[in-house]
Design a binder for this molecule. Structure first.
Ligand code: PRP
Length: 209
């Protein structure tokens, strides 16, 4: 029997938009992907399986060819810097920005600033390009707390509506980059499962154009 195509989706905020996009390709699961404790889901197409993972893990599973195809944020790809996959399509959904944010009422900044983020590589590159000295403090969540509590002068984080910044007395200071959801494809899968994988790429490309 032919091996199924495995599609890895990013859990959390992007998930519903990704599920809706797949529905437009007529790929549906009878499970509630956001609630179920399952991690691998069958679909109405017996040749297609879905996995739901954190963005970084989507990249890892596709790089290693366990998932053939992945859908994840460009923010993750900028940070991941991995190899082994192509990034053929901007899905043009889950659009947000990576920004530098700080307190609305901010003290003058020292020459060497402290920046808290989970996007360590993106932040390093951003400040290196500007020629600004920045000590980066890695956090995994609740970045907004860092300037509030005096851990860092600034944060680099994802902003969609800006509500979280506003609710914490923070504001956007600089745009780092706009980001959106991307399709990635394992290089080997594109060869060994060419028809199926290319079919998905083509149908998604038509939807996003
Ligand atoms: C992101 C980000 C902010 C929030 C911004 O976190 O870290 O906290 O969303 O969104 P807003 O501008 O619409 O308020 P997310 O909820 O994705 O969870 P995470 O911390 O797991 O990344």
């Amino acid at each position: 029997m032919k091996k199924p195509i495995v599609i890895a989706l990013t859990k959390g905020r992007p998930l519903q938009q990704l599920i809706d996009l797949l529905a437009r390709l007529d790929i549906r699961s009878e499970y509630d992907l956001s609630q179920s404790r399952k991690l691998v889901f069958p679909t109405n197409d017996r040749h297609v399986q879905l996995m739901v993972l954190r963005g970084m893990d989507v990249a890892t599973y596709v790089q290693h060819g366990i998932a053939d195809v992945g859908m994840l944020g460009k923010d993750v790809l900028l940070e991941y810097g991995g190899d082994g996959f192509y990034e053929p399509i901007d899905l043009d959904i889950v659009k947000c920005r990576i920004v530098v944010a700080g307190l609305v009422e901010e003290q003058p900044l020292p020459r060497r600033i402290k920046v808290a983020t989970k996007f360590v590589e993106v932040t390093k590159r951003f400040y290196a390009q500007k020629g600004v000295q920045a000590d980066i403090i890695k956090l995994s969540g609740a970045m907004e707390l860092a300037p509030l509590m005096g851990l860092a002068h600034r944060i680099v984080d994802i902003v969609e509506t800006g509500d979280t910044l506003r609710a914490n007395g923070l504001e956007e200071k600089e745009l780092v980059t706009e980001v959106s959801a991307r399709l990635i494809v394992n290089k080997g899968s594109l060869k060994t499962k060419y028809r199926d994988v290319q079919g998905i790429i083509q149908r998604l490309a038509e939807l996003s154009s």
